[in-house]
Structure formats: C-alpha cells, structure tokens
Design a binder for this molecule. Structure first.
Ligand code: SF4
Ligand code: SF4
Length: 333
C-alpha cells in the first residue's frame, strides 16, 4: 500500500476543504429552495436541511448558555448548538483545525490569496506593528459577544430569546442576507474579497471572532506542531510557507492561537520526522495520517452524536416556517 506521506496529508486537507465547501453550498441551495417554495405558496420539494444552522454561531452561543443553565438543548435550532460544540471540540483536541480543514470562508479565503499571488506575483505583507494591532480586532469582537451573551445576558432571558420568532426566523434572515443583499452588504463583501486577494487570510486573521474563540480554545489542544531541533537544518522553509506567518523554525512547539493545523509547514519540511503534528505528550513521531483522521472524525462524531440523540432536527414544522416568513419583515435586525 502506498505510504500516506506529508504531501498526501496536505492534499487530503484540500480535498476535505472542497468537499465540505460543496456540501455547505448544497445545504444553502436546498434551504433556499425550501424557503422559496413556501414564499411562493408552493409545496416544498425538499425538506429543510438542519445543517444550515451552522451559520448561526451567535445564537448557538446563547443556546450553549441555555443548555448549561437548564440542562436541556433548546429544540428550535438544536443543530446550531451541535455544530458549535463539534467545532469547539475540534479546537480543544486538534488545534484550530476547523479554520483550515472545514470552514467554507477559510477555504475561499485561502484560495483568494493563492489567486491573488498568481495574478500579482505576491501577497502584500502588513507592517508587523499594524498586523499586531489588526489581529486584536477579532479578539475585541469576540470579547463583545462573550460579554453580551455569556456575561450580561441573564439566565431568565435565555429561554425568552430562544422561544421568540426572532431566533426561529434567524436562518431565513441569514438566507435573505445573501439572496436580498443590500448595497452595504455588497460593498462589504466586495471589499473583503479584494482584501483577501491582496492579503493572506485577511478576514480570518483580523476580523473573525469565531476563529479568535477557536484559537484561544486551541491553547489546550494536545496536538501541536513539534520541531525536532536536532534534525532541523534551519532552512526556514516551514516559516516561509506558513499561512499564519508563524516563525515555525524558531519554535520547539508551536503554541500560537493562529496555528490552524493546516500542515503546510510539515509538508514542506525537507527533513524526515523533524517537523510533525502530534500530541505534546507523545515523544516518538506518529504516522502522518493520524492527525487528519482525528480532525475529520471529531467533527463527524460530534454531529453524529447529536443526530443519534435526537438533537438535530428543528421542532419547527413547514407550517411554522410559512408563518415565520410572513413575520420576517417585522422582525428587527
Ligand atoms: S504552523 Fe504549520 S500547521 Fe500551523 S498554521 Fe503554520 S503552516 Fe499551518
Ligand atoms: S523546514 Fe524543517 S528543516 Fe527547515 S527550518 Fe523548518 S523544521 Fe527545520
């Protein structure tokens, strides 16, 4: 059997990224067909895909607090919490791997900067001091949401929020965000695309509060990039290719919250068993296929456990969605 090499792991990640992106697009199209049918008074030909709730991370944070306080998972959008918990678990055990393995925005962002580099011949590099300052924005946004929801929102208000039509219709509002774009939304999306062409992972590196949360959680991940100083020749290829701009060649263990476990550094290290992704407590190099398997398994095991325990399908029926559609224009933003 052919060996699963460092390069194969990198190729496998790209395959996983694109499969997941197509899957997510499929979910989006199916949900759009479901809502469009109800909006036009027709019978939907497809059922509502629960996976669409993966686009509701802020509500999932409220749902998480509700679960912690009440001990039960709110039935309106249970998949939002299940997906959120699965992604948190990925970061707890396997670095910020959601960002570089599954997140559709991460995939588009990665390919935008690759496209930008092939068009312009390079990606711009932001001055170190400005880069440091800009990276703080995503933590500031994270702080804002954590304070608003986890700290300030009283426990008694959680049920009220999750029972209200605003939360029930949040997936419809999210769909309209894309299908009925305002000029402001278009300007923001075009600006983000242009910035992503020019700067590596602009959105992920500077603005995404979800990535900030996953990065902080990933501090405790046992899996980390390890560099064996004895075999390292100091060629710095790992540092040159790292999309998160980490000085890998100077670390024995990469603990940075910016490391997404993309394995680009390990794939490009010319030395055998010098740069590896493995648990910090494991002293000998692990087979290369273990980390990719762990990453993919955690997510699907999390989602599978949610499904098996009945926390996947919303309690809302098609008739409820018909009623919600008529309410959407009156729900404040
Ligand atoms: S250190 Fe390696 S695994 Fe981490 S982000 Fe950089 S290239 Fe990817
Ligand atoms: S690519 Fe490998 S050999 Fe070169 S500096 Fe990085 S860890 Fe050392």
């Amino acid at each position: 059997m052919a060996e699963f090499s460092k390069k194969s792991a990198s190729t496998f990640r790209i395959i996983v990224q694109w499969c997941f992106l197509f899957w997510v697009v499929g979910i989006g199209v199916r949900f759009a067909l479901f809502i469009h049918a109800l909006e036009t008074g027709a019978a939907p030909l497809v059922s509502r895909p629960p996976g669409v709730e993966g686009f509701l991370p802020i509500g999932a944070l409220v749902s998480l607090k509700y679960w912690l306080f009440s001990g039960s998972i709110h039935p309106v959008h249970p998949a939002a919490l299940i997906i959120f918990l699965s992604i948190l678990l990925m970061s707890l055990l396997a670095k910020k791997s959601f960002c570089s393995w599954l997140c559709p925005v991460g995939t588009l962002s990665e390919w935008a900067h690759k496209l930008g580099r092939s068009w312009f011949g390079w990606n711009f590099r932001i001055w170190r001091w400005l880069d440091f300052f800009l990276r703080g924005i995503k933590y500031f946004l994270l702080f804002f949401f954590v304070k608003l929801i986890l700290v300030d929102m009283p426990a008694e208000a959680l049920g009220g929020f999750l029972d209200a039509p605003y939360w029930a219709a949040s997936d419809i509002k999210m769909l309209h965000f894309f299908t009925r774009m305002s000029v402001t939304t278009m300007v923001v999306l075009v600006s983000m695309t242009l910035l992503s062409l020019l700067f590596k992972n602009f959105w992920c590196r500077y603005l995404c509060p979800y990535g900030a949360l996953l990065g902080l959680v990933s501090f405790v991940s046992p899996f980390k990039i390890r560099r064996n100083k004895t075999g390292c020749t100091g060629c710095q290829r790992c540092t040159a290719v790292c999309p998160s701009q980490i000085a890998v060649h100077t670390c024995t263990t990469v603990s940075s919250p910016e490391c997404t476990g993309c394995l680009t550094c390990t794939a490009n290290c010319p030395e055998k068993d010098v740069l590896t992704m493995q648990p910090v407590f494991w002293k000998r190099p692990l087979p290369v296929w273990i980390y990719p398997t762990v990453v993919v398994l955690i997510f699907f095991a999390g989602v599978g456990a949610g499904m098996a325990n009945g926390y996947w399908f919303s309690s809302l029926s098609s008739a409820d969605y018909e009623r919600l559609i008529s309410l959407v224009p009156y729900l404040s933003h």
